[in-house]
Design a protein around this ligand. Structure first.
Ligand code: URP
Ligand code: ZN
Ligand code: ZN
Ligand code: ZN
Length: 484
């Protein structure tokens, strides 16, 4: 049984051309003109692009006394509705838990996925067991990315000595270090001070995490990664201070990537000043939304290439869950949704405004991610032999985003009321049509785990520090043998 996508314009990260795409057994088998198949999907007036890859999700994640409300079923259904065909979720070990046991929990949860997925491994504590497990995770589980939380003191945070040890281990194994870059010690101090002064509302969350805490942590992580000789991926880059550190590192030849979120690109910190407590609390996430200058910096980074990918950090909590923090903003579960809206929002605010070309859109939503995470060209490509994870994108199709029509399990949407122009006509996951003009045809359990091997080529990243400070013998033959 073959399928053919006909009459569309293929858009990849570097090419735009008219051609049909033939699909068999879930992979692309031919690209050309005048192709025919058992089933035809009409792409007239549409772009045929690699499906989106969201490199940063938290589905059914235990966090801040609860679980994020979208699981692998609703989360991937939401993703497919918006043109995303692969998600990469974070497996989080409990303190003292082996990495492999944590992965078993994520394996169990992900059996319900509607599209393909992979995992990043979080390093939430440090010890011999973690050191040993890391090798098994890389070599037998196909996971080459390890995240370190520099924030959430007393919960997920790791200290600099632990981070340096972990980064060195990753350099040996051919892994990539990831960081949530915020200075957790300063955040804890600021939070306690704000609360003591009677600032209990959601707006205080933003005051407790100013851009400086992110900029400091990003700089620190970059330097530690350089000393360890490991490539670094900075998740949810939200401000100029952090972007500036990444930009500088890249100009120095360091392998550092920055990941802005669609939320930070399109929503600003005025959301926290809304008089409605629920409105503001629903937007509490870390890092918080920033002002327009920071947003401009992030857009400039995507345009110039100093920032590489756009993600969501999808971590959705219901209003009821957010209300755990009434009277104490530090208890509001941190996180926002975005899986269904990332691609349409980025198209609307990026491509339709002229900030990004369609090819750049493909790069930052799919191809760059697949390359960094080492699953290209299985994913992120329209090439013969690639998985048929595709989106037939209608640039004229519009809708107004609304919680009432979304796939996510939560009761609101942070983009509520935004009109988007640019939506999937079809979304295909490994050749299976999962969405037709907004109609959901997903199949629970269709998704498969995507193995990602160590990337030893990228891992030869330069360590500028090692060269400068390698011990060198000094001739001290003229100095007396004893100090007497
Ligand atoms: O607020 C956020 N970002 N919640 C999810 C966990 C994380 O920090 O990525
Ligand atoms: Zn984070
Ligand atoms: Zn996250
Ligand atoms: Zn908008």
């Amino acid at each position: 049984m073959t399928k053919v996508i006909k009459n569309g314009t293929i858009v990849t990260a570097d090419l735009t051309y008219k051609a049909d795409v033939l699909i068999e057994d879930g992979v692309i088998t031919e690209i050309g003109t005048g192709l025919s198949g058992d089933e035809e999907l009409d792409a007239t007036g549409c772009y045929v692009m690699p499906g989106g890859i969201d490199p940063h999700t938290h589905l059914e994640m235990p966090f801040m006394g609860t679980y994020s409300s979208d699981d692998f079923e609703s989360g991937t259904r939401a993703g497919l509705a918006g043109g995303t065909t692969m998600v990469v979720d974070f497996a989080l070990p409990n303190p003292g838990e082996s990495l492999l046991d944590a992965l078993k929990r994520w394996d169990n949860k992900s059996t319900r996925a509607n599209c393909d997925y992979s995992f990043h491994m979080a390093v939430t504590w440090w010890g011999e067991q973690v050191f040993d497990d890391m090798k098994t995770v890389v070599e037998t589980r196909g996971i080459n990315t390890f995240k370190h939380f520099m924030a959430y003191k007393g919960a997920l945070m790791v200290n600099d000595d632990e981070m340096y040890a972990s980064f060195q281990r990753l350099a040996e194994l051919g892994g990539i270090a990831m960081v949530h870059a915020e200075n957790g010690d300063v955040v804890a101090e600021l939070s306690a001070k704000l609360l003591a002064e009677g600032n209990t509302g959601p707006e205080a969350h933003a005051y407790s995490r100013p851009p400086q805490v992110e900029g400091e942590a990003t700089n620190r992580a970059i330097m530690i990664a350089d000393m360890a000789g490991v490539p670094l991926y900075v998740v949810h880059t939200s401000c100029e201070e952090s972007h500036e550190a990444i930009r500088r590192a890249r100009m120095q030849g360091k392998r550092v990537w920055g990941e802005p979120l669609i939320q930070h690109l399109t929503l600003d910190d005025s959301e926290y000043m809304n008089a409605d407590w629920d409105h503001a609390a629903r937007r509490v996430m870390s890092p918080p939304f920033r002002n327009k200058q920071h947003q401009d910096s992030l857009w400039a980074g995507l345009q110039s290439g100093s920032l590489s990918v756009v993600a969501t950090d999808h971590c959705a909590f219901t209003t009821e869950q957010k209300r755990y923090g009434v009277g104490d903003f530090t208890k509001i579960p941190n996180g926002t949704g975005g899986l269904e809206d990332r691609m349409p929002m980025l198209w609307t605010h990026g491509v339709a405004t002229g900030r990004l070309t369609p090819n750049e859109f493909v790069a930052v939503t799919s191809t760059n991610i697949a390359k960094i995470l080492n699953c290209y060209p299985k994913k992120g490509a329209v090439l013969v032999g690639a998985d048929a994870d595709l989106v037939v994108w209608d640039p004229e199709k519009t809708k107004v985003i609304s919680a009432g029509t979304q796939q996510s399990a939560i009761d609101y949407n942070v983009f509520e009321g935004h009109e988007v122009k640019g939506l999937p006509r079809y979304t295909l996951t490994r050749g299976q049509v999962a969405v037709v003009d907004g109609e959901i045809k997903t199949q629970e359990g269709h998704g498969k785990f995507v193995e990602r091997e160590a990337n030893t080529v990228v891992n030869k990243a330069l360590s500028t520090w090692k060269e400068l400070t390698a011990p060198r013998p000094v001739d001290r033959s003229g100095i007396p043998a004893t100090g007497v």
